[in-house]
Structure formats: C-alpha cells, structure tokens
Design a protein. Sequence first.
Lengths: 514, 341, 327
Amino acid sequence: MSTPALLEVRGLTKEYPGVRALAGVDLDVRHGEVHCLVGPNGAGKSTLIKCISGVVDPTEGTILLDGESIAGGSPSAAIGRGVATIYQELDLVADLSVTDNIFLGHEFRRRGLLDRARMRRETTELLRRVGHESIAPTTRVSDLRPAGQQVVSIARSLSHEVRLLIMDEPSAILDDSEIETLFDVVRRLTAEGVGVVYISHRLDEISRIGDRVTVLREGATVVSGLPASTPADELVTHMVGSSFEQLFPERAVGGGRVLLEVRGLQRLPDVKPASFELHAGEVLGIAGLVGAGRSELLRALYGVDRRDAGEVIIDGEALPAGRPDRAIAAGMGLAPEDRKSQALLLEWDLVKNVTLPDVARFQRGVIRVRAEREAVQTQLDALHTTPSDGSRRARELSGGNQQKVVLARWLLKECKVLLLDEPTRGVDVGAKAELFRIVTDLAREGLGVIVVSSEIEELRGLCTRILVMREGELVAELDAAEASELDVLRHAMPGTQQMVTSGASESDAPGKEA
Amino acid sequence: MSKYLRLVALVVPMVLLAAACSDDDDGGGASSDTTEAADSGGGSGETVTIVASVPPTDHGWLGQIAVKAQEAADSHDDVEFRLLEAADADSQAAQIETVINEKPDVIVILPQDGDQLTPIAERAMEAGIPVVNVDRLFATPEAARATILGDNYAIGVNAATYLAEELDCQGNVVEIQGIAGISVTTDRSAGFSDTLTELCGDGIEIVAQQPGDFTADLGLEVMEAILQANDQIDAVYTHDDDMAEGVVAAIENAGREDEMILTGVGGSCAAFDRIEAGGLYAATYLYSPTMAGSAVNMARLIALGQGLSDLIEPEVPSRIVVPPTEVTADNVDDLRDLCFE
Amino acid sequence: MSTTSTDAHTAGERSWRLALPSTMRLQEYTLVGVIVALLVAGTILKPDTFLTTDNVRAMLTQASVVGVLAIGMTFVIATSGIDLSVGSIVAAAGVAGGLVIDSGAWAFFLVCFGFALLLGTVNATAIAVGRVVPFIATLAMLAIARGLALQMSDKRPISLISSEPVRWFGTGEIIGQPVSIWIFLAVTVVGWILLNRTRYGRHVVSVGGNREAARIAGVPVRRTVFSVYCLSGLLAGLAAILLSGRLASASPVSGELLELDAIGATVIGGTSLAGGRATIVGTFMGVVVFAMIFNLLTQLDLATEWQQIVKGVIILAAVLIQRPERI
C-alpha cells in the first residue's frame, strides 16, 4: 500500500450536452498491478479510458500518472507518456500487413525510405513476446481471425514504451487457450513494472489475472480496490444488485416435435457432414474452440454460405442451398456473430433495422410508417431495449441492446427457429441475464433455439442439450444439466495436446453421452 | 465523358494500325520518284499511298471531312488511302509516329492542335514524307509541304460586316462560341468583335458571349439562359451550324424568332434549308469540308510530282486559303451543291 | 432516409435534435441555404431577369433532364454503385427512337424507352450477374452507347421537327407549366415514395449500407442491384425524350457529361457515394442548385473559365459544410 500509485484518478466527471457520462470516478493503479474494471454497459468504463488515454477532455477532476497531471492531453501525447490503449473495436487497417499495422504512424526509415527489413525483424520480436511467433509479419490482417487480429493489436501497443496498458475487453473474441496466452503476456508486462487496467465482462477472469477490482455503476465508482479474490457473486451484486445464480432462468426442457432436421450438412473444409435435430421448446447449444466451424455450420444451415451437400428440413419443408430469403420465409432467423458488420445497418434507425426482413407486411401500396413504428415499438418495449425510442440510430446502442434489436427483428417476423451466434459477446452481465431470460421464454413458447457460444458456462446454464464441434466435426452430444465444463472441453480440444489433465484418457470418441 | 471515349478511341486504332503494319510490306517499299512530268490525268501506273490523320469524326463538320477525303481518294485508281482518327493531341502524335514508320508517300494531317503536333509533322518531313496540313495551322512552315485551310478570322469579319449592315449598326448581339480556348474559336470571335467595333463603334453591343462547345445541347441551354437575361436581342452570331440548331430551338421554344436574326458557320444542308425558308436563320459562312478532298488530291499530285492542272507552276502551291463564302437567301440556290448533310 | 425529418418525436427529444441535427438533416439545411444564397445573389445582380416566373420556369425546365437522370442515379448510388453511362444512353436512346420516327411518335417513345432499358439491362447483367465493378461496367457502356449512337445515326443529328407529339415534350404545357417540369416533379415524387415508402426502397438502401447484413435479413441482393441499373437506364430513356423534345432533334453527341452533373447533384444532395444513405429531396435540391448556378452565371455573361471556377467552388463548399461529423 505504501508504493506510490502509477495512476491516480480523483473525482473525474465528464458531461456531454444533456448526459452525464462520468459522475465522480476514483481509481488508483499501482506499478506492476493488474487492476480490473467492471461494470454494466453504460457504467462509464469507455468514457473513463477515453479520458485517461487523452481522447476526450474530462469536465472536472484530476488524472495523475506518476504524480504528473495528464488530463486534457491528446492521444498522441498520452502514447508519448507511455499510456497504451487497446480498444474493444480493433482499429487495424484490414488490407495492410501485420508489420505495416504495427508500425503505422511510426515507421522506421533509412535514408528517407522505409526500413522494411528492420520493421519485419521488430515485428517478429514483438509477436514472440506475445507468444504468437507463428503469425508471419507479412500476413494481411484481413486474413487473420479476430483472435489473431487482437494479438496484432497488443503487439502494436508494445511497439511503444509502455508504462500503463489499458485493455478494453481483450478476451471477448478469444477462446480459452488464447486467453491463457494473453494472460501470459499480461503477467510478463506486469513483471516489468507496467500497470494494467483490464476491462472485462467475464468475471471468472478477474481472479485468474487480476490483483484488485474496481466496480463502476452509472458513471461513478461503487467500490474501489477490492481484492481480486472477491467472489463473483459479490461483484455482480455491486454491479446490478442481483446475484450470480440469478443470471440463468429455469432451463428450457425441450421435448416438443422436431422443428428442424439437419442431415449430412457439409461445407468443406469448415463444416464436415453434420446431422442433428432441433425440437420445439428446446435450446440447443453448440460448443467448440474458435475456428472449430461453429459459425460456419450456422451460416451453411441458414444459407448465407452455400452448403456443398446435405439436407435442411424445417417443419417438413426442405430448404434450397444458399437462399437465406427462403430460410426466412420458412421461419428461420439468424443473429450473426458480428452484429455490426453482419446484422445491423448502423446508420439506420431501429424501426427500419427491425422490419428489414419483413417490411412487406406493413405495405399497402406504400409502407404505413405509423403501423410499422408501433409494431416495432411493442417488440422493443417487450425486450426492455434502452433507449427504446425506435427513431434512434442503431449505432447509438450498446452491444446488448443491439442484440435485442436483432432479436426483435426475428420476433416480429414470428420465426420458428432462431439461430444465435455468440449472442452475449460484448454484452454486460445485467443484459446477459436478460437475454438468457428472453431466450428461455421463447423456447417455452415453442420456438427452437440454437446458441453458439465460446463461454461454456453460459451454454451449461442456458441450454437443454450441447453439441460439441471440433475441427469442423460434430463430436459429442451432452446433456447440458449434467455435463461439466471439463466434459465439454475434453471433447472440444484437438486430440494430441490435451490441456485438460484428468479424464483425458476417457472416451474421446464421437458419440452420444447423454 | 469524351475523355473515357478517348481512351477507347486511342486503343482501337493502335490495334488496327499494328495489324495493318504487319501485312503491308509493299506500302513501305513503294517509292514515288516519278520524274517524268505526267499529264494532269495521272495514270503513271504507280500506286500512291496516302494516310490521313484527323480528330474524331463525331461532329457534323468533321464527319464530312472524313467523307470528302474518302470520296477524293476513291476517285483515283492509283491511290491507296487510309483515314485514322485520334482522340486527342497525344494519341494523334503517337499515331503519326507509327505512320511515319510505315513510310507512306504523303501524310495528310488535320491536327487536334496545330502547335502541339508541329514537332511530329516536322519529323515526318525530315523522314522524307511530305505532309499536307488541313484547317488548323502548324506553328512552323517547315512542318508541311502544303497547307489548305479556311480563314476563321475572315468568317468573323464577314459575319460582323453582314450583321452591321442588317442592323444599321444599332442593337444587341449575342455570340455563341465554339469550344473555349482553341484557335478556331478565338479567331472567329476576334474577327467578329474587331470588325463590329471598327464599323459601328459602340452602336452594336455584344450582350453575351458564351461557349456552346459546337454541340446542340449546350447551344440550347446557354441560349435559354441568355434569352431570360436579355429582353431585346437583335442578332445571334453562332460559330457552327450544328450548334446553331440548338440555339434556334431555344429561340423558337421561347417564341422570339421574329425578334432577331441568326448566322451560322459551316454550310450544313439543314442551315441551307432554313436560309432558303427565310426568317430567323439569315446567313451562314461556308467553311467547307471539301477542303479535305482537295488536300487528298494535293497529296496525290505531290507524290506524283505534278502541279495543279490549271496553274503553270510545275508543283503544288505551298498554301491555299479557302475563302468563307457567304450564303444568304440570295445565293443559296446556286450554292446548294456545296452543302453537307 | 429523409423520412426521419418527418417522424414525430417527443417534445424533449425534439429540442435535443435541434441542437444536434443528424447528418442527413444538416445536409438538407445546407442546400436550402445554398439555394437561398443563390436566390439572393441572383436578385441583387440581376434584379429584372433572375427571380421572374419565366426564369424560374426556364431553370426548372433546364433542370428536368439532369433531374430525371439524378433520381435514377440516387437509387444506383444508394446501393453503393455508380452509373457513368447515362449521358451516352440518352444519346443512343434518342437516336434509336429517331430512326423510327417515320413510323410515328409512339414508335419513337417505345423504341427510346426500350433501347435505354436494354442498355441499362446490359449494365445490370454485367454488374449483378457478371460481378463486374459498377464503375468499370458502366464506363464500358459509356463508350459502347456513344459508339452505337454515332454508328446508328451516321454521325448526323436526326430531325424530329415534324413530330408534334415529340415536340410537345419540349414546348407543351400542362396547366400553364411546361411538360418537362411536370415530368421532373412526377419522377421526383414517385422516386421519393419508392425509396422511402416501399419495401423495394428499403432493400435498395440496405444493400448499399451493409450488403452482408441485408443478405442475412433475406434481402434479394442481386435482384435489387440488377433492378437499379435497369431503372437508371429507363430514366435515361425518359431524359432522352425530354431532351429530344426541346432540341427537336436527336443528336448522337447530345448528353455528354450529363452523368457527371447527375452524380454531382446526387452527392451534394447528401446521398453517400459509399451507399447506405440516400435522399431524393436532397437530390432534387442538388439538381436545382446546379441549374441555378448555370442560369445565373450565364445571365451574368461570366467568362466560361470563371463559370467553371465558381461552380467548382460552390460544389466543394456545399460538400465541405455537410460532411459527416466525426466525434
């Protein structure tokens, strides 16, 4: 406690016209510590880090870095002082190589020309530091998966001298093994004396990586400097006033008629022949590592990507390949992995976003705008979307609320089979609980829901059954109520390098265990 | 838009040229050192190769340039003739460069821009290929063996003289010009305004001077706005008969055809018809595309080493200036054969 | 998108919106400002001849050809496409119609529309089926259609002076106003309804805004892209009729650079070249601004080089003022 703080934030407020984003935040980060920052979406975490990294000027309050005031600077000044920030939205240039991205804006030059050889060497070194030397410096960033891009982003922040590293949900797009690598990097940096501010919605990470925790709610510090060992339950209570167990509603039981029948569905090389059934009233989970082909399976099933072979039969009706419009007409709906690039028109208002697949129902000659708005409003209100005003642009909403807009779309369409790809990514704890409740309610009303998620805990709490995918293949079917996290992981990991020690030798063969 | 077109127009002739070069051996080998002074009828037995290079022939007058040149070539059995179009000055220079390598007997050039194409014409002359320059003058006399051209300044002078007389040196005149910044436009405009000032002093005012780019659409649009701006217009001097069609449409659409008279330049049959019918369209000035035919005939005579039949000199003169014949209701019938479609 | 301006908000919301108008609204305000500025300038500089009924009529008549093209262009650009070929299609359609004028005016109209639609369909096929980049596909059509116009006409304008019905489109009046103004207004109104009040319009804008999201939401992306180039071609046919009527002839060299005016008017109106945002009202005002600039500068008898400079500066200023705000 006697060590002088690396970062000291006192009484920070930030007001926008009509909105108070921060209302008195206190925070102190020590040298070599991982300080976790948690709070529901809209609690002010993003604004806080924008103030620290010089993107916005606070209205009031002080920010001291090693005793020196840094409030009101510019982002480049903050970088110069050793404050590096990795944002949730990766700000990489997709068409440039890894090296070009890392050195963008501070390229090495030699006799006026770019010193490409040196930059490539440095890139290799940086990637080695984060444990990903397997990424070639010349790879185009668009050819990397989100997890790889995250790694490049971290490597880029290390290309400057860093005293304080701010990470905004770095693990959101990583799978478990990659998270472990990330933690290694973080630990190595803290050993060098770097202070880390770590924002995450995954409370289980806090005890694994963090030293202390600060909880924000509604723009203010609720508790600051709790030990990282604080039980998740207690943190949730601080955040939303409800406890962890209450996150999951009573499980959907399933057991209705067969709604969806998938036979030999394949799209090589991502999806090897897969067959399964989905019943009315059931929530079916699909687990697996990043890259196991889960999203690809959903996309082929829905028709966004054309399947090579196999049949998809919904309520007795066979669907043609590569025709999402026919899938929708037959009662299917997809909430894709990346809401911003695959589901929403961010500049459009909520009303138009919701009615896009089914606007014809409001058209009698011309679209009856009032009826459209009222119908959408009903759905948005029922899902407790905030803001609920249908004329707001989709861009203005938080992740959880954007997800509700996508759900509202398919509820309005009265779909029978709902496909949810990573529905809780970038969604805060409070909103997650709400989404779980909505999904369970829908299943209870007779819908069939398929959920793809990287968070095994979530699938265990929410689903009726869990299918496990590994390297493009469906390898196991488990009863969600009985399966442990270990069971799921055991099937999901590729055969040779079993990270899970106990029980690894047990039946690993594909088969039904439930 | 014409830029994009030019891209295409540039590529296509190049390909054709390349094809023509590869299987045209005799064109390069045939020399024309006919020393005997043959009769004007020709018939020397030798074949004369003539290549003409002109701007895109998508405009009425330029279109007729191509037609008249081809007609003249077809009238001789001993002429092998090819006409090439080039989209702009650069591609025309490149085109002529290729032609020089083919070693034709004579090259006829109507340059996009006389100044810009002077060096390449000089190169042809140095390579021993006589150049006949049509319409737009090269910058130096060494660039052409012979030149045939109209007199753009004189067109302006004649139109001004005509209008000064018709208006008794009193009134408001509008000038609808060609493409801004090229010598044809500048000369036609300068001859007009110089002469008006000389003849009438301040009596006639040029109330508007706008380019119509030789196209009917722009002629129409510009004239529509000018009609709105000016209550009284006594005469319109247009630089081109085709463009004048748009100007006439604007005036007639506004119902003001009785208020003014109009003159054109070129000699299109449509203009002849209007002049004959009387009314708005009072006169045009021949700037006849037949000069392209004459140029081909001159080229042939140069290759054969002959002079013009009724001239005593044994060689073709180095410069022929075609006067801008005035066409009015009085003589339109007599000149009918000279108009072009 | 312009519909948001008419959507009702709660009272509290409204004051917030006035303080920080959305981009779209700001853009429309800007053009209203430009129009007012031009009106004021015109009234001061040409008090007797600018703001007169006759001249307003003349400006709108002049705007009608570009205007009809620009409405079609708005749909194309909304899908994040571009159509460079409309000017050439105007010439080709007019000439094609002119070839059959001896069979009567109806033959002219039919062939004019039919040929323009055919060329538009070729664009659409190349882009939606052949997956050629719109810029390249329509650039090729720009050359092809111009070539066809020259070839079919033998490089000569075709006189339509004897056809009263064709002339009517240039000189006729309905309720005391020129026919071409009525047609321009009608196309604008129908375009507005189509874009803002039909499923088709939603599909068009969604395809430009986020093609993947549109596909996942079941929008027939290819069919939608296909249709906008057909629409643009069809409107080029209509523009050809308006232009032929006024010129009383069909010229193979007409319509040059019209596509640039149409694109320019659409973009200063606030439709995003990147797609996903389109406004018919903005396009209409953009067309009117262009027509006013041309009319005023010509009336002032400004030398052509100054006209070009002034026009360029006004376009740049309009686009600068209305560029999207980034926080």
